[in-house]
Design a protein around this ligand. Sequence first.
Ligand SMILES: *Cc1c(COP(=O)(O)O)cnc(C)c1O
Length: 236
Amino acid sequence: MTPQRANNNMVTIAERLNNAYDRIAKAEQNGQISDPVQLLAVSKTKPIELIQQAYDAGQRLFGESYVQEAVDKVSHFKPLRDIEWHFIGPIQSNKSRHIAEHFSWVQSVDRLKIARRLNEQRPTNLKPLNILIQVNISEDVNKSGCVPSELESLAQFISESKQLTLRGLMTITAKTDDSELQQQYFQQMKDCFDKLKAQYPQIDTLSMGMSSDLEPAVAAGATMVRIGTDIFGKRQ
Ligand SMILES: *Cc1c(COP(=O)(O)O)cnc(C)c1O
């Protein structure tokens, strides 16, 4: 698990994936949900070869953050058919069409304008786009995501949009050494999620937790964690 071992070696990627799944399994023992927690392998900035190695090791859910590089990767892997691509990066409205055309999930919807564009731009021959609303739970001015008070109207719009399917919530929490504060944010997200689920019983996904904080996220009720560094190595 040391960063030096992040070379282009198939065994290493497979081992790293195994380690991540082991961490999740351990964390699940303290968790609150019965369904297995899903692992999104975050492959942003990483080459096709490493994604192929993760795929060969059985991984099927991948996350990307930068539109142009993501579209190239999605196109490259299209013949495999069974990869599920999640867009997790900030969305500029002039790039939304590429996202609507190439992804099956978008986890970073945080405003009405983007939801509206994705709905209009999702090709009608494709299944509706699965949507997570990104929540800025710490209400940090430097971070994207809607604040909890905006959730209701955004959720309503998405749930009424024909080419979108509301699936739940996503958050990115700031790196912090204050584990109590971190737990508090994860718990607040779980509360938001439960509240939303009372209104929209079909939602099933709470995406939170990354390489450095998946354990407290799963303990608080995450149904999906997003792991980049611990699988593919450090990014530039
Ligand atoms: C990059 C990224 C991740 C992965 O973070 P790691 O710390 O490398 O595991 C997860 N979620 C989002 C939204 C990201 O942009």
